[in-house]
Design a protein. Structure first.
Length: 148
């Protein structure tokens, strides 16, 4: 179990390089101390979580305390990755926040059906993204007990 106020590893799965950079900058701007790591699609996400291929070294791929997951990615989309993560007893306790441009009711319903912990639409301004990252960072670090 992590202790309160201890930084957690946040793993962001998003194929958009600009979104990854903006989230990294927003997290830094929000002054929430977390280790933000990135993968570019669902297959890389699963490789990271199962420590396969480029992510085989546990030192360079620590277990995340939170996953930020985009739905629309190449190779394996976020929906399929979420379904696999939440079906695996070794991974299902990792909180997954869907962070996507989609506002489709079907995506929201399916994400929760598959076990997402939250569904957030990506903000359109950098200021709102900073606010979102600060709120999420504080919530998942200061208020929520995350299993070890």
């Amino acid at each position: 179990m992590t202790t309160k106020h201890q930084p957690v590893v946040i793993l962001m799965a998003d194929d958009d390089a600009d979104d990854r950079l903006l989230c990294q900058q927003a997290l830094a701007e929000s002054r929430v101390l977390n280790d933000l790591r990135f993968v570019e699609d669902g297959e890389q996400l699963l490789d990271y979580l199962y420590r396969r291929n480029a992510f085989a070294d546990p030192a360079s791929s620590p277990r995340p305390g939170l996953i930020l997951l985009d739905l629309n990615m190449p190779r394996m989309d976020g929906r399929e990755a979420l379904r696999i993560i939440k079906a695996d007893p070794a991974l299902r306790k990792i909180p997954v926040v869907i962070m996507t441009t989609s506002q489709a009711e079907e995506d929201i319903d399916r994400s929760y059906d598959y076990g997402a912990n939250s569904f957030v639409t990506k903000p359109v301004t950098f200021e709102r993204l900073v606010e979102l990252m600060q709120t999420m960072g504080r919530y998942w670090v200061e208020f929520v007990e995350i299993p070890g």
